[in-house]
Design a protein around this ligand. Structure first.
Ligand code: ZN
Ligand code: ZN
Length: 166
């Protein structure tokens, strides 16, 4: 915005605008540009792109999200990490969200069906865990790519036990 525009729209002198801008400039909220001021874009924290559990880059097709108390928000690279993270934070999880592997629809992780030990390499964490909205899709998937079908709680325990034994 131009100082002159601010001055006329606020009906105060340009001197006043300049004076009032000083604390905003000092605080890093606005910056002076030629003949005016502009808002400084807030630095976005891009930790969304890194798995909170294993620090791998997130593949958006496999992601798993946890909404925690205090409005905290975590994203993991795949259901493998998502389930392990859920297990750690259980009491603080408000909502766990995963994505259907085939349809990319959002669904509650508790209601999803999980597939492990499939021969399809998804290039993420081992043992691999895929999530599906419909049990029937998961079953069809394992007829083609082999593997086992698990409920939410069974999948958590299975991943956890396997990680412990390796
Ligand atoms: Zn991960
Ligand atoms: Zn992963």
């Amino acid at each position: 915005m131009k100082i002159s525009e601010l001055s006329s729209s606020l009906n105060v002198s340009e001197m006043t605008i300049h004076r009032d801008l000083v604390p905003l400039i000092d605080a890093g909220i606005v910056e002076k540009s030629f003949g005016g001021v502009s808002l400084i874009e807030k630095q976005q924290v891009h930790n969304d792109h890194i798995c909170t559990y294993c620090s791998s880059p997130i593949n958006y097709q496999l992601r798993f999200q946890l909404i925690l108390t205090n409005d905290r928000h975590e994203m993991t690279c795949c259901a493998h990490c998502g389930l392990l993270r859920y297990r750690e934070l259980k009491e603080n999880v408000v909502q766990a969200i995963c994505y259907d592997f085939l349809r990319q629809t959002t669904l509650s992780a508790q209601l999803a069906t999980y597939v492990m030990d499939t021969s399809l390499d998804i290039s993420c964490c081992q043992p691999q865990v895929l999530s599906f909205q419909h049990e029937v899709d998961a079953k069809k998937f394992v007829t083609g790519f082999s593997g086992g079908v698990y409920s939410f709680s069974k999948a958590i325990e299975t991943v956890f036990q396997r990680m412990k034994s390796t």
